[in-house]
Design a protein around this ligand. Structure first.
Ligand SMILES: Cc1ncc(COP(=O)(O)O)c(C=O)c1O
Length: 494
């Protein structure tokens, strides 16, 4: 049997439904199929089409009708041949062709343009890499060479087993490495058997909602709080109830007043997002007591607790929990880089099977290559070294930001908390509206998060969250100068 030739592109069979019983010659059916697909935009200008030989094999017809159809399409200008490089849909279709009525079922009705002139989709900007972008770590300081070496090593050595379906819990060496890190650095009480790898904190919250909540259950969330966390919980089916935070974190007395339908509370005790408080020991104990008495769950988001500048970090809430009420959530987005999309959940043993089942139903498992490289990154000591080095880098960046703010923005801003993490929260003075200030900042090449957008209720404070992790000290100093201009300009308009 002759070897089958592979088409130079996706098969065209869906566009060319050959009907041998129709009485219409095969070459005509092929011609019409191409014409329809081109005019409706399903085949785009400059897109390569298969060779006549390949298409004949695909359609299981002789080559003659294909040659006849291609001849006519070339002649009429629908296709063009490039010597030595195959046949393509014409890059410039004649206008009179485009004026011809679209064939039935084609055209813009389904949102597909008649011509392939549609520009590629625009990427969402998200403030990119501009100064003050919140949640961005020091990407310029990441040990790229080491990471690239580990990725390359594992990509070259991927076994068939590693290319096949993986364990929904995650790769064992990575789970072991994370458990060890959490026990020593965060006082989390855990074994690797409890560590579940997911694609970030958002995914962890979706998972937790799926496992822990029934229809009508409520989740208490911090006010102000992390909009991304709220969105994930809401998407997971939770009904949210806001609980205020103060300088000690979530107000547990207010939480206690809520009804029995509150089945869980989502908290950021190490570094409250966005205001920055570290939850006091008394509050932690009260919160754990609430969860124990109610049989409720605590979703602890420990997103950037590695970096504290003022006092020694408290351990995780999970480590103080004697009754297995805490679901601990961590991420590599801040300590390495967000695009890695690796996070983890420390699951109480009693919930493990249910979490695994839900995780499998979500997206099966996380990409194996990144897990292999990351496990080795931790095992070889690069992770610990990077964390140590970053503490110094962030200390310098934080200092630059505070110095710049004191120099350029002293009258317009009151710093709320700058003890930890990668951003500083501040209030705006003089009745300035934060959303308008952020808009003006964007026009001057800066980005920031408006504090008011972190509130779910109608009572909102106006302020700014300024990230300092992702910019050099020099850029931060320059950017605070621009921010000073923006604030003065805003004050003069208001
Ligand atoms: C409070 C909080 N949790 C979690 C995250 C993000 O985590 P991930 O990238 O793992 O979804 C962020 C990012 O800004 C955050 O502010």
């Amino acid at each position: 049997m002759p070897a089958m030739k592979i088409a130079a592109g996706p098969p065209l069979l869906p566009h060319l439904p050959i009907d041998r019983s129709s009485g219409i010659p095969i070459h005509r059916q092929i011609y019409e199929g191409f014409r329809r697909a081109i005019l409706s935009g399903l085949l785009r200008p400059a897109q390569r089409v298969p060779s006549t030989r390949t298409l004949a094999l695909e359609l299981e017809v002789s080559r003659l009708p294909v040659l006849t159809a291609y001849d006519q399409l070339l002649h009429e200008g629908y296709l063009q041949g490039r010597v030595g490089s195959g046949t393509y849909v014409s890059a410039a279709l004649p206008d009179d062709l485009l004026r011809s009525p679209p064939p039935p079922g084609a055209g813009t009705r389904s949102g597909v343009p008649r011509r392939g002139t549609r520009p590629p989709p625009r990427a969402r900007e998200e403030g990119g890499l501009r100064p003050f972008r919140v949640s961005l770590p020091a990407l310029d300081q990441f040990p790229h060479a080491v990471w690239a070496r580990l990725i390359a090593r594992h990509a070259h050595g991927l076994t068939h087993a590693q290319m096949a379906y993986g364990d929904p819990a995650g790769l064992v060496p990575l789970r072991l490495a994370i458990a060890e890190h959490l026990r020593t650095a965060r006082a989390v009480r855990c074994e690797a058997e409890q560590v579940l790898i997911v694609s970030g904190s958002q995914a962890a919250l979706r998972l937790a909602s799926a496992v822990l909540l029934a229809r009508g259950d409520r989740v208490a969330v911090e006010e102000p709080g992390y909009p991304g966390g709220r969105a994930a919980l809401r998407a997971g089916g939770a009904e949210l109830v806001s609980v205020p935070v103060d300088d000690e974190g979530l107000d547990v007395a207010a939480l206690r007043m809520l009804g029995a339908r509150v089945r869980a509370a989502y908290v950021t005790p190490s570094h409250q997002y966005p205001l920055g408080a570290s939850m006091s020991v008394a509050r932690r104990l009260a919160l754990l007591d609430w969860a124990f008495r109610r049989g409720a769950w605590l979703l602890e988001d420990d997103y950037d607790s590695e970096y504290r500048y003022v006092s020694r970090p408290l351990g995780a809430l999970q480590g103080m929990d004697a009754h297995e009420r805490v679901i601990y959530i961590g991420t590599f987005s801040k300590v390495l880089f967000p695009a890695i999309r690796v996070g983890y959940v420390v699951v109480p043993p009693s919930l493990w099977e249910r979490f695994i089942e839900a995780r499998e139903s979500l997206d099966l498992f996380s990409p194996t290559l990144y897990q292999l490289a990351l496990a080795e990154f931790v095992r070889e000591g690069h992770f610990a070294r990077h964390l140590r080095r970053m503490r110094g880098v962030y200390l310098g960046r934080r200092e630059a930001l505070l110095t710049g703010l004191a120099r350029h923005c002293r009258d317009d801003l009151t710093i709320h908390n700058a003890d930890a993490g990668l951003h500083v929260a501040m209030r705006l003075s003089g009745g300035l509206r934060d959303v308008a200030v952020v808009r003006r900042m964007a026009a001057r090449g800066l980005t920031a998060t408006a504090l008011s957008t972190c509130y779910a209720g109608t009572t909102r404070r106006n302020g700014l969250l300024l990230g300092f992790g992702g910019s050099t000290e020099r850029r931060l100093l320059e950017a605070t100068g621009i921010l000073g201009d923006v604030l003065r300009d805003s004050a003069s308009r208001s």
